[in-house]
Design a binder for this molecule. Structure first.
Ligand SMILES: [Zn+2]
Length: 373
């Protein structure tokens, strides 16, 4: 049985206390004189992460092990390995890789991988961002093939693509979060899709809100406007200082309390420093914390969620709210009820931060994956 003492970051506020845990949290007890400058949070949940530490989802099991261990050391205890738009056989192979790792019991010393995020190929060829040009229409056969992998937890699609409405409902009925992104749809098209999924009891999300979708103007609110105005859609934001203007982040946070989740959108190069790397078979360059294609297009990030948390704090977000953006909100967006809060009975996925909010200790189901040196 493990125990941790410090400032417990709970949804409603911060309380000095003690946490007792095995694989799950056993007890949360208030404590006078709990250590100051030592914050205990639920483990971070990253719903959009391509790679890190040199590994990539498209590499198969070896890449998954590498990225799961790399991000765990930065506080992410749950990840959805995220595919890129690629020839369909390669996408299916990546999904099989996630199934293989899960069947083998997960990644020792790494984050839990409850499933995968299929980003593309069902996106707009005109809003690729840094996705390679292998987009495909949504056919019932492809939807069935993707679902048959048994590991889909989230999908990104463009509502204007043929078959998107029907496919979104099929994904939602299978418990898959339906993401809107890499799209040229107008606000009406996005709202129609969101309403249909919600009416079927499904969950929706903006895939990296603002990025790879049109902006908001007076008469054309676009996908971002429709997603912000919707009362239910969750909103992924890449808070790395490059993808989203601070004011755009504040707009999302104020328009959609309890619906904003921070994601890394990290690529293979995360954690490797400046230099050349690869994304979806394309050459990318990392410089000054930005990842770009040769033409300057942003190509994912080298973000980790501990840095996203510090970014939110620097933007004036109180710690309990910033913590929720990395824990309770992403858990809710995926329908995961066994994690995301410090409460008895939930998985003992835990992060300990020091006074400077740097990660000091990380636990996945009670097992240390990063210990204080
Ligand atoms: Zn993307």
């Amino acid at each position: 049985m493990g125990h941790l003492r410090g400032q417990l970051v709970l949804p409603g506020g911060i309380t000095g206390g003690e946490l007792r845990f095995g694989r799950c949290i056993e007890a949360v007890t208030p404590l006078e004189n709990a250590p100051q400058g030592r914050f205990i949070l639920p483990g971070f949940i990253d719903t959009h992460v391509h790679g890190g530490g040199g590994g990539d989802t498209m590499d198969g099991p070896e890449g998954l092990v590498t990225l799961a261990r790399f991000h765990a050391r930065h506080g992410s205890t749950t990840l959805l390995p995220t595919t890129v738009t690629a020839p369909w056989e390669e996408v299916l192979a990546a999904l099989r890789g996630v199934r293989e790792v899960r069947a083998a019991g997960g990644v020792p010393g790494g984050a839990d991988l409850p499933g995968a995020h299929l980003e593309g190929p069902f996106i707009s060829p005109e809003r690729l961002g840094a996705q390679p040009p292998h987009t495909l229409p949504l056919t019932p056969a492809r939807v069935a093939e993707a679902l048959a992998s048994g590991v889909l937890r989230a999908v990104t699609l463009a509502p204007e693509r043929e078959g998107a409405g029907e496919a979104a409902l099929a994904f939602a009925r299978a418990g898959v979060r339906v993401g809107v992104g890499h799209t040229r749809a107008d606000a009406e098209g996005v709202t129609r899709l969101l309403d249909a999924v919600h009416a079927a009891g499904g969950r929706t999300c903006a895939t990296h809100l603002y990025n790879a979708m049109g902006g908001i103007t007076a008469r054309e609110p676009g996908p971002a406007g429709a997603l912000l105005a919707d009362p239910h859609a969750f909103l992924e934001v890449i808070l790395d200082g490059h993808h989203v203007h601070p004011t755009s982040f504040q707009l999302a946070r104020r328009a959609a309390p309890g619906r904003v989740l921070l994601v890394s959108d990290a690529v293979r190069a995360a954690g490797l420093g400046a230099g050349e790397s690869e994304l979806g078979g394309q050459r990318v360059t990392v410089r000054g914390g930005r990842v770009t294609l040769p033409d300057g297009t942003l190509a994912g990030s080298v973000l980790t969620l501990d840095r996203a948390l510090r970014g939110a704090l620097a933007a004036g977000v109180p710690l309990p709210e910033a913590s929720a953006m990395l824990t309770a909100v992403p858990a809710a967006s995926l329908g995961l009820t066994d994690r995301g809060r410090l409460a008895p009975g939930l998985r003992a996925d835990l992060v300990v931060l020091g006074a400077d909010f740097a990660v000091e200790e990380v636990y996945v189901t009670g097992q240390p994956v990063l210990e204080r040196s």
